[in-house]
Design a protein around this ligand. Structure first.
Ligand code: NAD
Length: 287
């Protein structure tokens, strides 16, 4: 039976540390770090994520400068807002909640965010820094996965890490982060032949796909560490249960460590967003 990688508990600990850090800054007369989350339209899942982020900001004593726009907002209007936020001294982090409505060019908007305020680590400059192994803002979900591994003393060095999913948001940056810590990394995706065999060769198996029950017990090497990034809403039972990409019930009997959904990677993502904003703040304040 696998041990649980408890993202909820670790997120709580890290958030308490951040709150104390922010309280100290304020007690010394400093301003609070500020995060601006831009949301366009009314996608219910996005709205819930944004609410979570704004709540976390407030709980930690940060300023939340959230902006919600109607679905018909134009590219030019959003571009103007990002420009203003780039120049706004109260703002240390800017995040555009994805996906955006189809008429908007999200890549152009993400590229316009100042790299030093790129709280989601998706700007080409920050992704480039990651490729080069330089210090920079890192994508929150993969950074959260790495933090979980570190907390539980799971050292990727020399291990075979298989990352399933190659998105720019999760899979690709996570592959690079694992590589930077000396794992041997295989990036698998929808065109990978014999995914079960590839998955079974992993010491650290990460699923970042968005398909419930993609990973079953027969795809997991006994003793492997299994990280479930997927978030899938199951509505067939009339409720709105969240499940990951991993069949937790069967895989927990094979793996050595496993993240639950919810309570695994999700809370780490929000926490790393807060940590990124505080990090940007400290760098900007220090000049
Ligand atoms: P995405 O749709 O951009 O990418 C999915 C990837 O999975 C693609 O690279 C695709 O090649 C691969 N894929 C699709 N079908 C496959 C299959 N049958 N076999 C193998 N690979 C397959 O998604 P994303 O933004 O990377 O998100 C992935 C999942 O992670 C989603 O469920 C998303 O909700 C979740 N997510 C969770 C967090 C979190 O905080 N826990 C954060 C971001 C995303």
């Amino acid at each position: 039976m696998a041990d649980i990688l408890d993202g909820k508990a670790l997120a709580q600990t890290l958030q308490t540390d951040l709150a104390q850090q922010i309280a100290k800054i304020k007690a010394a007369g400093g301003r609070s770090p500020g995060l601006a989350v831009l949301m366009v339209g009314d996608n219910p899942a996005s709205a819930a994520y944004v609410r979570n982020k704004e709540r976390a900001c407030e709980k930690l004593g940060m300023v939340s400068l959230g902006k919600h726009f109607p679905a018909n907002t134009t590219q030019a209007e959003l571009s103007q807002v990002i420009d203003e936020l780039n120049h706004d001294d109260r703002v240390d982090g800017i995040l555009v909640q994805l996906p955006l409505p189809d008429h908007l060019d999200s890549v152009a908007l993400l590229n316009q965010i100042h790299p030093d305020k790129d709280a989601d680590g998706l700007h080409p400059m920050n992704l480039g820094r990651l490729v080069r192994g330089e210090v920079g803002l890192q994508s929150c979900t993969p950074a959260g996965v790495m933090k979980l591994l570190e907390e539980y003393h799971i050292d990727p060095r020399g291990k075979h890490a298989v990352v399933i999913g190659r998105s720019i948001l999760v899979g690709k940056p996570l592959g690079l982060m694992l590589l930077a810590q000396d794992a041997t990394v295989t990036m698998a995706h929808s065109r990978t032949p014999d995914l079960p065999a590839v998955a079974r060769s992993a010491d650290i198996l990460v699923a970042a796909v968005g398909r419930p029950n993609l990973i079953t017990a027969d795809m997991v090497k006994p003793g492997a560490v299994v990280i479930d990034v997927g978030i899938n809403r199951i509505t067939d039972d009339g409720g709105g249960r969240l499940v990951g990409d991993v069949d937790f019930a069967s895989v927990k009997d094979v793996a050595s460590w496993i993240t639950p959904v919810p309570g695994g990677v999700g809370p780490m993502t929000v926490t790393m967003l807060m940590a990124n904003t505080v990090w940007s703040y400290l760098r900007r304040v220090a000049g």
